[in-house]
Design a protein around this ligand. Structure first.
Ligand code: HEM
Length: 151
């Protein structure tokens, strides 16, 4: 029995969207924890942030692999970079690359803060900025992705 390629494509796309929801939703969660007025202590936010960093890198790997699967689904019909769809895809891929590269120092900073004895209020401000930027980057990429898929 042969597997219908459409079933495979829908499954890959479903995993792509699930990984996006995990990575984006997690960043929003850490940002919300670091932003609450009556604030959690820095150590509580940091322990969630550290767990998120593991999740982020796992989800990023899945997004890249399934993203390539999404591209493969187009086969020879894939639009070139000179078309509006193709140039938006390039913009999305560039944004993904920037997010991945800038996430490296974020993970290192979070790891370093969690090692530092006695987390301070300044750690919470750092976390707020780091996850604010991460959330904003995901929002931009999501906007581009939705345009690509449904525009
Ligand atoms: C190397 C990385 C990536 C590649 C190559 C890639 C590629 C693709 C492609 C080709 C599509 C299908 C577009 C269409 O059908 O017209 C897609 C859909 C999508 N991508 Fe990505 N993507 C990548 C990373 C990401 C990331 C990091 C996010 C997180 C925000 C993301 C979120 C989405 C969403 C939400 C959709 C729409 C799915 C739908 O509505 O059915 N992608 N992606």
């Amino acid at each position: 029995m042969e597997l219908d390629p459409h079933v495979l494509h829908v499954a890959i796309r479903w995993v792509h969207v699930a990984a996006m929801a995990t990575a984006f939703g997690g960043a929003i969660t850490v940002l919300a924890l670091a932003t609450r007025p009556a604030g959690d202590p820095a150590s509580a936010v940091l322990s969630v942030a550290i767990r998120y960093e593991w999740m982020f890198w796992a989800a990023a790997g899945v997004l890249v692999m399934t993203g390539i699967g999404n591209l493969a689904a187009f086969g020879a019909d894939l639009s070139g970079p000179s078309t509006p769809w193709g140039s938006t895809l390039m913009l999305k891929l560039g944004s993904v690359l920037a997010l991945v590269i800038l996430s490296l120092p974020r993970t290192l900073a979070v790891a370093r803060m969690s090692q530092a004895a006695g987390s301070t209020a300044s750690a919470v401000v750092w976390l707020r900025n780091l996850y604010g930027a991460t959330t904003a980057a995901f929002a931009v990429i999501l906007g581009l992705a939705v345009w690509l898929a449904h525009g």
